[in-house]
Design a protein around this ligand. Structure first.
Ligand SMILES: N[C@@H](CCC(=O)N[C@@H](CS)C(=O)NCC(=O)O)C(=O)O
Length: 248
């Protein structure tokens, strides 16, 4: 099968797409893109949208982690990413949608907020990436990219505080799905591959890791994506983290 996946290194939906390709046993080539530049690069290679993950497979172009999951199930039905049973499938689709629409954005905003304040950790998120220029040069030119990414993703104080306040309830939801067997079963599904990278990305922040790693959601992330690249030392104001310490 002829497959090329366009990603931004350490982007959580990009990691989801990689995990799903691997789960299907589909060999693929990976093109690593720098944020912002990715938007232009994707258009240049013919994708209609501007976000990663973007997959060229068997002559087709598929964009979006959930769309990629459906296309992979269509092309390679086994092992399935969605259960055949209608009720189980609906539950997995609900969790998957939550992962895509609710869980992904605050994780992205918190990381860009942190990187905007200290770019040093950025390098750790590009581990193993082939950016088409030396990593040291990429890091030197990162300031405008980081500023634009923080802007485009609304990674401002208000969004980050709201995301942090919502995180305990989001983690409870993931734990409940694990408890109910929707996530974290013997056979991983599209929702596992969607949600675990967002939790894995959150755990790259030392500020967030202690509140996540010992919960079922943290265990799921460690199982599904044990080597999530990147590490951000503490940087968030202690007061903003109160909800994660159980203080309201
Ligand atoms: N919910 C979409 C999100 C796609 C998305 O927003 N991707 C980000 C990276 S995580 C992106 O391409 N951003 C463009 C940029 O950073 O310049 C999905 O799961 O595919």
């Amino acid at each position: 099968m002829n497959a090329r996946l366009f990603v931004i290194p350490a982007s959580h939906p990009s990691v989801a797409a990689q995990l799903m390709l691997e789960h299907k046993g589909i060999a693929y080539k990976r093109t690593d893109l720098l944020p912002v530049i990715s938007k232009v690069a994707l258009r240049a290679v013919g994708f209609p949208g501007i976000t990663v993950p973007a997959l060229k497979i068997e002559g087709d172009k598929v964009q979006g982690s959930r769309q990629i999951a459906r296309e992979l199930d269509r092309l390679v039905p086994e092992p399935p990413l969605l259960p055949a049973d209608a009720e189980k499938r609906a539950a997995v689709e609900e969790a998957e949608r939550f992962g895509d629409e609710v869980l992904q954005p605050p994780m992205r905003q918190i990381l860009w907020w942190a990187i905007k304040r200290d770019k040093t950790p950025l390098r750790s998120y590009s581990e193993g990436a082939k950016l088409g220029l030396p990593i040291s040069l990429a890091m030197k030119t990162a300031a405008p990219i980081v500023a634009m990414s923080a802007h485009f993703n609304e990674a401002d104080d208000e969004h980050v505080r709201t995301g942090l306040a919502a995180m305990p309830a989001m983690l409870d939801k993931v734990d409940a799905w694990i408890e109910a067997g929707v996530l974290g079963g013997a056979e991983l599904n599209a929702a596992d591959f969607q949600i675990a990278p967002s939790i894995g990305l959150a755990m790259t922040l030392e500020d967030l890791r202690p509140a996540i790693e010992n919960r079922p959601a943290g265990a799921l992330a460690k199982r599904v994506v044990p080597n999530y690249p990147g590490n951000t030392p503490p940087i968030l104001p202690a007061e903003w983290l109160a909800p994660l310490r159980g203080e309201l």
